[in-house]
Design a protein around this ligand. Structure first.
Ligand code: SF4
Ligand code: SF4
Length: 298
């Protein structure tokens, strides 16, 4: 069984060709700019769309655990009392409540992946496991990668790199491509903005480069956090000896902000600006000048 929060078909940003991306729930990092905050907790959650809610109280009255109430003109859920039965979600005619996260078994997920097998073959695509951090569910990831390889589906794993290296060793032969996220090299900044040290991430990248040939490093473009000349030099100092040939730059955008609100979590990245084309291109040229293949976007 895996806890996932989405399966997206016909993606073109998470590896080559047309892909199905399976998003696993749970992440050891807590990046302030996260655009999928619903991926951070490994638990099933309930999202609340306040703008759709007319305070009709159907959910409050139907909740078997009396876990809901109206306060300050919005629905408030007592997480200790809630048993995530989903009755409130079904009660709401306005779709103001949504369950985020599902427990699904291998057969179900594999069946979803197999639906587009024809498109993978035509486009050189396949399946990507993303999150969250897919390596937080290492046994499931291993088993489903193995099943995909058995039927010759191209596999990619999108990872934060924050895991025991033994987990990479277990899946290296089953993974055609790693999409490896590097956010900030300065460890103090990394701790400040993601909640964890990057030591294990940098160590794992170096070791993974020794046992796997196909790694694309993904760098979020975060103006004022990782875009100064010194930051770029730091990235280069790490990347030049890893064997990595390709970099994807992922410009920061604010689309995660509303999701934080719906999950009743604080959004701490309001101070960040979305990077303009000039900055994105400047960083692209910096790495191209150092012989990396660079794409803006996934
Ligand atoms: S049922 Fe839906 S619209 Fe009615 S109060 Fe609950 S969340 Fe709001
Ligand atoms: S998920 Fe179930 S227990 Fe939780 S608030 Fe909704 S109805 Fe109540």
């Amino acid at each position: 069984m895996a806890v996932i929060f989405d399966i997206k078909q016909f993606g073109i940003h998470d590896g080559p060709g047309i892909r199905t991306t399976v998003f696993l729930k749970g992440c050891p990092l807590n990046c302030i700019w996260c655009h999928n905050p619903e991926s951070q907790s490994e638990n099933i959650e309930i999202m609340y769309y306040q703008n759709r809610c007319n305070l009709c109280e159907r959910c409050v009255n139907n909740c078997p655990k009396k876990a809901l109430k109206i306060k300050d003109k919005q629905i408030v859920r007592d997480e200790d009392m809630c048993v995530l039965c989903g009755v409130c979600v079904e009660s709401c005619y306005n779709k103001a409540l949504e369950i985020v996260g599902f427990k699904k078994d291998m057969d179900y997920i594999l069946k979803e992946i197999k639906k587009d097998i024809m498109f993978y073959e035509e486009s050189g695509g396949g399946v990507t496991f993303s999150g969250g951090e897919p390596l937080m569910q290492p046994e499931f990831l291993h088993d489903i990668l193995k099943s995909c390889k058995k039927i010759h589906i191209n596999t990619a794993v999108d990872t934060s790199g924050y895991t025991d290296f033994s987990n990479f060793e277990e899946i290296a032969d089953l993974t055609d491509l790693f999409l490896y996220d590097l956010k900030v090299i300065d460890d103090d900044k990394h701790k400040k903005y993601t909640g964890v040290s990057n030591k294990i991430i940098l160590d794992n990248l170096e070791k993974l480069g020794q046992i796997h040939e196909n790694i694309i490093v993904r760098i979020p473009v975060l103006p004022g956090i990782n875009t100064a000349e010194n930051d770029l030099k730091d990235f280069y100092a790490v990347l030049r000896d890893t064997g990595v040939k390709e970099i994807n730059l992922l410009p920061y955008h604010k689309i995660g902000k509303d999701k934080f609100k719906r999950l009743k979590k604080e959004y701490r990245a309001d101070f960040l600006e979305e990077p303009d084309d000039e900055l994105n291109n400047k960083i692209k040229e910096y790495f191209e000048d150092r012989d990396f293949e660079v794409k803006i976007g996934g």
